[in-house]
Ligand binder design. Structure first.
Ligand SMILES: Cc1cc2nc3c(=O)[nH]c(=O)nc-3n(C[C@H](O)[C@H](O)[C@H](O)COP(=O)(O)O)c2cc1C
Ligand SMILES: [Fe+2]
Ligand SMILES: [Fe+2]
Length: 392
């Protein structure tokens, strides 16, 4: 058995990779798997920092015991009660009956929903700025409500200068996945899992900026330090304020039943490139991963939505996409719209109705209506649509 790795001289990693999982949270495809991070602070008083998902519980318990080397933990710090991290709370309390479960007041209120064996007498609740001394390590707790759930808190270990950041700074993938491209899966994770909570995340980042942090230890994905931490902080600064990463980039998202709208969308990509658009990405909403499409909608400053009319409304893959963007509070971006319809085009007005519910979405130019196959005159209209979008 390999030894559990050391992060600092006292902090050990006891998290688990899950290469088998297909859908994280029953909806996100994770081709590179997932990991549920957990840590152990070995000090005069020992603290476990979060547990694991049920899927990896046996391995977590094995690694916990190995890292403890026969010692007994006194504290279990729970940053987040969601089952992908908290499934081991009941087990830890059963294994170590004297252990104290350290969590926010809100987490203490929610605890009985998940764990019947964690009596209130076992809980130590923490408020903003409360501290806990483990001996050498001084832990400072900071609340991070809605950095995924309302009960979330983070811990700053002032001794080793590390921040336990809960779901913040997480990503999809096993620990070693994408070692040189953190942003790709971190972006998809952020917009789909945290996207709605920009303001609470910005608040936490502000609090964190006052701390001397050398390493961020999230609950998913790699530990961040040095240049990688600086880049992650830069991106979180943009993302939490809903700022775009590529202001002049265009994302063309289409939903086409029989391929006519698709043909026009492909032609538009050609035109955009000819006109010097610095970055164009295209996606077929019927087949491509919706979570990736959502993160692209946030990434680029401009988007073209092209869809077939369907039953006096909108072809469902586009409807679902816009509905998801609405609930993720997609905002402050520019769009151009293309509809296709054979007898009573209805896609455009349905898209506009959804867009009107969003904040700060500027519709550029006129709605372009196609009737079945693209004609020569439609190409001229696509040229105009591209110009309107690119120049403004
Ligand atoms: C089930 C179904 C429902 C449709 N409903 C409408 C409709 O309500 N109004 C309309 O103008 N066209 C409707 N259409 C036609 C499509 O919008 C047509 O496929 C489109 O004009 C051509 O573009 P596409 O090849 O990209 O799908 C419907 C097509 C199908 C298969
Ligand atoms: Fe979570
Ligand atoms: Fe999580």
């Amino acid at each position: 058995m390999t030894e559990t790795p050391f992060i600092t001289s006292d902090i050990r990693y006891i998290g688990q990779d899950d290469a088998e999982i297909r859908l994280f949270e029953s909806q996100y495809v994770v081709p590179e798997g997932m990991c549920y991070n957990s840590y152990l602070i070995m000090d005069e008083h020992i603290a476990i920092m979060d547990t694991s998902d049920n899927r990896t519980m046996d391995l977590w318990k094995r690694d916990l015991k190995e890292a403890l080397g026969g010692k007994t933990p006194e504290y279990l710090v729970v940053h987040h009660l969601e089952p992908d991290h908290a499934s081991g709370i009941g087990e830890a309390v059963a294994m170590y009956p004297e252990i104290k479960v350290v969590c926010s007041v809100k987490a203490a209120q929610m605890m009985p929903q998940y764990f019947c064996n964690v009596q209130p007498s076992k809980l130590m609740t923490m408020k903003e700025g409360d501290t806990l001394s483990l001996g050498r390590h001084q832990l400072v707790f900071t609340l991070a409500p809605m950095v995924h759930w309302p009960e979330v808190m983070m811990t700053y270990d002032a001794t080793d200068k590390v921040l336990f950041s809960a779901d913040g700074f997480g990503k999809f993938g096993v620990m070693e996945a994408d070692a040189n491209d953190w942003a790709r899966e971190a972006r998809r994770y952020y917009w789909n899992i945290c996207g709605k909570y920009g303001t609470p995340i910005a608040n936490v980042l502000k609090k964190a900026s006052a701390l001397d942090i050398e390493q961020v230890l999230p609950l998913h994905g790699p530990i961040l330090k040095g240049e990688k931490l600086a880049e992650a902080l830069r991106l979180y600064g943009l993302w939490s304020h809903y700022e775009v990463e590529e202001a002049e980039g265009v994302f063309v998202a289409y939903a086409s039943i029989h391929g006519c709208t698709k043909e026009a969308a492909l032609k538009l990509v050609e035109i955009l490139k000819e006109k010097g658009c610095p970055k164009v990405e295209i996606a077929d909403l019927s087949v491509e991963d919706q979570a990736t499409c959502i993160s692209n909608a946030f990434r680029y400053g401009k988007m073209v939505l092209a869809a077939s009319s369907y039953d006096a409304g909108l072809f469902p893959p586009m409807y679902d996409f816009l509905h998801h963007l609405l609930i993720k509070t997609w905002q402050n971006r520019k769009v151009a719209l293309i509809e296709n319809g054979s007898w009573a085009p209805s896609a455009g007005k349905t898209m506009l109705k959804l867009i009107e519910e969003m904040k700060g979405i500027e519709v550029k130019g006129e709605l372009l209506t196609l009737r079945g196959r693209m004609k020569d005159e439609d190409v001229a209209k696509l040229e105009t649509l591209a110009e309107n979008l690119l120049n403004g």
